[in-house]
Design a protein around this ligand. Structure first.
Ligand code: MN
Length: 245
């Protein structure tokens, strides 16, 4: 099995080294990742300039690694084009969670989505990064368990996996959509000028069964996702009330 590993934190992130290390137990691994951090770039692609694809001097335990001057979605499009035929795309391990509505901004998840758009299974991994670096050695057995579980099902799928710092188990979850954690926070720059951060700040506890609830309670959250954004309920309602002729 050919496994392409990417991320949105950039090729130098310790998270991608950890994911590549675990992925290697499942098949042949190649790392293709952004040359600089691309967090919160969502599913952006670079359409207005060409991309470069350069062998990285970084060696992930003798895994081939390439850096791209583009977004996570670019890395997947280019990486899978140049490595036919990629069977699986893994993204992460992101240095920050991608839960609830922050999934919309996530470059980590976008890489997995890009894989699915291209007909390849895509799985995103994220964890919490506080003032200290995540303890990847503690997380790796859970990354391996989650991968084994998700690869059992050979159907083309998209999954979002979030790991709390010290997991006590794993849970299937749904996306928490009740609250949005994006906030504009004002500040003052060193010159005394007002500026703003549009950032994600922690929310109140979430409802049971959701991705946020699971990680708050120490469980690895695994959310199966789909690309179809159609609001089925609304469509049924409007099409019965106002048929388009
Ligand atoms: Mn990131």
């Amino acid at each position: 099995m050919r496994i392409l590993v990417t991320n949105d934190d950039g090729i130098y992130s310790p998270g991608i080294a950890s994911l590549a290390k675990v992925a290697r137990r499942f098949g042949e691994v190649r790392v293709v990742a952004p040359d600089v951090e691309q967090s919160s770039m969502g599913h952006a692609i670079t359409a207005s300039r060409p991309l470069s694809y350069k062998k990285s001097p970084i060696t992930f335990e003798s895994i081939d690694a390439y850096r791209v001057n583009g977004t996570p979605a670019d890395c997947v499009a280019l990486g899978t084009h140049l490595w036919a035929k990629t069977d699986l795309v893994l993204s992460g391990i992101n240095m920050g969670p991608n839960l609830g509505n922050s999934m919309w901004h996530s470059g980590t998840l976008a890489a997995a989505k890009q894989a699915v758009l291209l007909g390849i299974k895509g799985i995103a991994f994220s964890t919490f990064a506080g003032k200290t670096e995540p303890d990847f050695e503690t997380l790796e057995p859970y990354v391996e368990k989650a991968l084994a579980l998700l690869l059992e099902n050979s159907k083309l799928s998209l999954y979002n996996v979030n790991l709390p710092p010290n997991p006590i188990g794993m849970q299937w979850t749904r996306q928490s959509v009740r609250l949005y954690d994006g906030k504009v926070v004002p500040g003052i720059d060193p010159m005394g000028r007002k500026h703003y951060w549009f950032t994600v700040i922690p929310l109140e506890p979430a409802e049971e069964g959701t991705d946020r609830w699971a990680t708050e309670h120490g469980y690895v959250s695994i959310t199966p996702l789909r690309l179809d954004l159609t609001n089925e309920e609304e469509l049924t309602k409007v099409s019965s009330q106002q048929p388009v002729s």
